[in-house]
Each structure stands twice: as structure tokens, then as C-alpha cells.
Design a protein around this ligand. Sequence first.
Ligand SMILES: Nc1ncnc2c1ncn2[C@@H]1O[C@H](COP(=O)(O)OP(=O)(O)OP(=O)(O)O)[C@@H](O)[C@H]1O
Ligand SMILES: [Mg+2]
Length: 368
Amino acid sequence: MSRPRGATGLAGRLFVAQLLVVGAGGLTLWLVALAVGPVIFHDHLHRAAVTVPAQTSRHVEEAFQSASAISISVAVLASLGAALGVSAYVTRRIAGPVVRLAAAARDVAAGHYAVRVPTPALGGEFASLTGSFNAMAARLETVEATRRRLLADLAHEIRTPVATLDAYLEGLEDGVVTVDADTVAVLRGQTARLTRLTEDITAVSRADEHQLDLNPHPVAASQLIGAAVAAAADRYQAKGVRLSADAADGLPPVRVDEDRIAQVLGNLLDNALRHTPAGGRVSVAAARAEGAIVITVADTGEGIAAEHLPHVFERFYRADAARDRAHGGSGIGLAIVRALVDAHGGTTSASSGGPGQGTTVTVTLPTP
Ligand SMILES: Nc1ncnc2c1ncn2[C@@H]1O[C@H](COP(=O)(O)OP(=O)(O)OP(=O)(O)O)[C@@H](O)[C@H]1O
Ligand SMILES: [Mg+2]
């Protein structure tokens, strides 16, 4: 990459600018002094009414001209010196931060996102420039960290089923494992896990890239939660967890893609069921708020510790990684929930009193 002209370029330009100002000032001074000085001088001599011999007059005239020339020249030279000093100072004040910002931008371009620039005391414009630059670098740093973690998590997710498949294939080759119903079930289980992983990743990246083809139309909130509860009822009954729906009266309709919101509520009800032991309760409620409908899925289950709460909507995040993976979760359900709700212009949040205290996930959807 070619190095742009930095401090030298700006310093040179500033000095030439000062030089032009001093030069123009000096020339004007010289012309004005030439035009006005002798007239005023002669006028003074005339008013003093002194008559001097011609030779003395010539001498006085020469003395005046040389005094004028010397003082004007000294003045111009002194201003040139001052200009040099001022431009050196101004250059250091202005060019320094510009050069530092350029160096930081080169660092960011080279992938060093941790770099930040201090705010110079040069007023609002520079403060806003460095502020925006630092914000950009911080954002890039987060994106890069997420990308790394995502790749590491993906590799981790893929490694386990592939290792299992590999071990079984090796056993088959060596004749230690026979192809019976159990073996097939294990192999199917692993391929199903890989398939589910790829489907989840596709869904979340499509939602992230706003590529979802939403087909919104007005739907009653009670219909949304009624359908979700009906779809999950069998599984809840099988585990012995009570499930109820409760929509407040007279709710305005929401404009949503019914299938996508069914997916959102399905994911939340899956989570609630997975984390609520038999005998527990899960309730889905819809209520009205300012310009929005608030849907909550509250369970009386395991709850989420405070340190995990802020992260549960991140991709691949599992509060209890070992146990949640054993449950079959890849930690992507809530990331999909958030992406789908975001696509509808809504918001999502989760709260919990802590381990054993149950969890409440809240989805807010704007009303038209
Ligand atoms: N209702 C809940 N009660 C307790 N913990 C929960 C609840 N919902 C989510 N969590 C925690 O948040 C984590 C992230 O949830 P998410 O739905 O994103 O992933 P998952 O359920 O583990 O996997 P997936 O949904 O991809 O099958 C879960 O692993 C779990 O630790
Ligand atoms: Mg889930």
C-alpha cells in the first residue's frame, strides 16, 4: 500500500499558505509606505519651516528612504520567522492527530481491530471523527470475535457426530460392530443431528441477512398463541407439564407472518418444555402495551443464572453446554427467535429469578 503524504505534505502546505499571506502583507506594506511615507515626511518638513541646503536635503531624503527600507525588510523577515513558528505549531496540532488516525486506519485494514485513537483537543469535528472511527473499530472487533467463535463452535458441533460415525464405521470394517437396529438408530441419530445443524444455520443466516420472505397479514394474538399451544399440547402432556394460553380481551390484531411467529413460539415452547420438570407449568400470555402486543412464555422450570441471561440469544450459546447438548440442543433456537422477531420490527428479552426459579421469555410485536 502506498503511504499517503502525511505530516510533510500538510506542513509544507501550511507554510506556503503563511508565506503567501506574509508576502502579500509585505508587498502591500512596501507599496503603501512608498506612496504615503515621502508625502507625509515632506509635509512635516514643510510645516517645520526649516530651510536646508540642497545637499543636506538629499541626505535627509536618503536617510528617510534607507530607514524605511531597513525597517520594512526587518518587519517582513520577522513576520516570515513568526509564520514559520506558527505553521510548525499548527501543523503539529492538526497533522499529528490526522497522521495518527491514518496509521490506525491502516492497522484496522490490516486486521488489528483492537486499535483506538485518542480524541485530540481540537474541537467538535475532530472529536466526532475519532469517536466514529473508534466506534467502527469496536464494531469490527466484535464481528471478528463472533466470527471466530462461530467457526470454533461449528467445528465443535460437527466433530462429535462425525467422530461417532467414524468409530462405528471402523467397528463395522473390523467386524466388531454388526448392522442391527441399534447400530442403525445410532448412525441415523448422528446424521439427523448434522442435518438439523445445517438447517438451523441456514435459517439463522437467512434471518440475519434479512433474506426472509415475510408474508405479513393481520392476525389476532389469541389465534397465534392458541395455535402454538395446540401444536405443543401432545408433547407437554407426554412429559406431564401443564400448558395454558391466556390472551387478554380486546387485543388489536398484529401484522405478522403467521408461520414465522408459529416458529418463534414453537421454539420458545420447546425450550420451556425441555427445561421444566414433570409437574411444572408453562403459560403463554398475550397482553397489550403501548403500540405493541407483548407475548410471554413463562415456565416454572430450571431458570437461567444471571451470568448466562444476557447471552442466551447468541448463536450456539447454551447455559449448561454439556447438559443442553445432551438434550439435543445446538443453542441456535433463541438466535432464530430473535432474528425472526427483529425481522417483524419487534423485540425479544429473557428474564429469570435464577436457577430453579423459572424463566420468562418476552416477545414484543408492534401493532399497525
Ligand atoms: N426456558 C428455559 N429455561 C432454562 N434455560 C433456558 C430456557 N430457554 C433457553 N434456555 C437456555 O438458553 C440456551 C439457549 O437456548 P436455545 O433455544 O438458543 O438453544 P437450545 O435450546 O440449547 O438448542 P436449540 O434450540 O438450537 O435446539 C439453552 O441451551 C438453555 O441453556
Ligand atoms: Mg431451543
